[in-house]
Design a protein around this ligand. Structure first.
Ligand SMILES: Cc1ncc(COP(=O)(O)O)c(C=O)c1O
Length: 423
């Protein structure tokens, strides 16, 4: 069986909600996705039958131990991590990054340099700027080309010096949608002996991830952006994690991965993460057999998940092409991202645009009145909006389809948009 949209949509109760008889169209997905029933059930089951703190002698605690361990194994499959012990859970990407940056900072000395990018969400910018302020480090900025919406990696070569210790870069932009070549970036950083911290929050809902192939040292993402609960996940390379001093309280375990998890985690959220990975695996098993061959070096769930992501990426590419073609045909619209139909493999389907007359928040509010959900503004991509010169004019309107959206929803959005822009 190939991609079956109805079979997918039927698993998401939120997609069937109506308000005063009007359907909802969810294009707010880069801000957070809806969840399938299996994820909500796993969360409920954890709360109702496995609700205990970890590591005790009694049954509910052993059950909770299994929940957390299973979720680590699931995320190791999702990211192709070498070991579940390298998977660290936390509240969200921002909190994890602020936390880990303190430990990473212990490796750095005054005058050391960190490379940040103008394409990144502030969660992979400001924690490092704060660290640089505290430790007297130097920040160097990797720009992006405002015509191509991509990095020129020669610029990275020019920024790397013998004082560079860390490169922080997003795998996909939450504003432009660009997929960055993090494998090439990490190769250059590795050659220079520099650590890499990859923000995978906007890549994880759309592309198969293989941290070993990417060659990074850290990869961080958030389950609520990929059909799961509000949870953050970090993969760290064991040799690097072992060099870090964990910021922890004394009785907390000193071993990986526990030493980087502060206090009691949301076990129910963690249960939901495992179910989210299993959701992708079920798509892989039932719909993505044609893609399994590309992942024959993996087996079991790891293979199914990666095959599923290939299938979903292909479908989403068709949505992105349709959306961009429609937007390009509307007078006064400027797409703030890659728009060429033959370059869709270099972007995720989150498409941001500005209009020559109508401000982004006015457009988003008018769409909301028609029950079409979109985000407007800079969406915390502060450096990106500043670089594009749209920070002070209200940022962008961002249309973010995912695999549960349809071409029909895009058409309805486009039909609704045109009169809003004329008003
Ligand atoms: C690219 C990117 N990085 C980081 C974040 C922050 O994620 P979290 O809400 O999990 O802290 C977001 C949230 O929108 C994002 O889009």
């Amino acid at each position: 069986m190939n991609f079956d949209l109805q079979a997918i949509r039927s698993q998401f109760p939120a997609l069937a909600i109506t308000d005063n008889g009007t359907r909802r169209i969810y294009f707010d997905n880069p801000g957070g996705t809806q969840v399938p029933v299996c994820v909500a059930e796993a969360i409920t089951d954890c709360l109702l039958t496995k609700n205990s703190n970890l590591g005790a002698f009694f049954a509910s605690s052993s059950d909770a131990d299994v929940v957390v361990q299973s979720a680590r194994e699931a995320m190791a499959d999702f990211l192709n991590a070498p070991s579940a012990e390298e998977i660290i859970f936390g509240q969200n990407m921002t909190t994890i990054t602020l936390h880990l940056s303190r430990s990473i900072g212990r490796l750095l000395r005054t005058g050391d340099e960190i490379i940040l990018t103008q394409m990144d969400h502030d969660a992979n910018v400001w924690p490092w700027v704060l660290l640089a302020r505290d430790l007297d480090l130097k920040i160097r900025w990797l720009p992006f080309n405002t015509d191509s919406f991509e990095f020129d990696l020669d610029d990275l070569d020019n920024l790397l010096t013998d004082r560079t210790r860390l490169v922080c870069v997003g795998a996909a932009s939450n504003l432009t949608g660009t997929i960055n070549d993090v494998t090439a970036i990490c190769a250059r950083a590795r050659e220079a002996g520099v650590l890499t911290y990859i923000d995978g929050v906007q890549a994880a809902p759309h592309v198969p991830i293989d941290v070993q192939e990417i060659g990074c040292d850290f990869y961080v993402c958030s389950a609520y952006k990929f059909f799961g609960p509000h949870q953050g996940i970090l993969w760290g390379r064991r040799e690097v994690l072992e060099q870090l001093e964990p910021y922890k309280v004394r009785p907390a375990p000193a071993e990986l991965p526990w030493c980087f998890e502060t206090g009691t985690q949301s076990h129910e959220g963690i249960a939901g993460i495992a179910a989210t990975v299993d959701y992708f695996a079920s798509i892989g098993r039932s719909m993505a057999q044609d893609h399994a061959g590309s992942w024959s070096h993996f087996s079991g769930r790891r293979q199914h998940v990666h095959a599923a992501m290939d299938l979903l990426f292909n479908y989403e590419k068709s949505l992105a092409i349709h959306l961009i073609e429609g937007l390009v045909g509307i007078d006064g619209i400027n797409i703030q991202g890659i728009a060429a139909a033959d370059a869709m493999y270099r972007r995720v389907p989150s498409v941001s645009f500005t209009h020559k007359n109508v401000p982004p928040d006015v457009i988003a509010a008018a769409l909301a009145k028609q029950n079409i959900f979109v985000w407007s503004g800079h969406n915390y991509a502060v450096e990106v909006a500043k670089t594009l010169g749209i920070y002070d004019s209200g940022g962008v309107v961002r249309i973010g389809p995912v695999h549960y959206n349809s071409v029909a929803e895009i058409d309805e959005f486009l039909l609704t948009l045109v009169p809003i822009l004329r008003a």
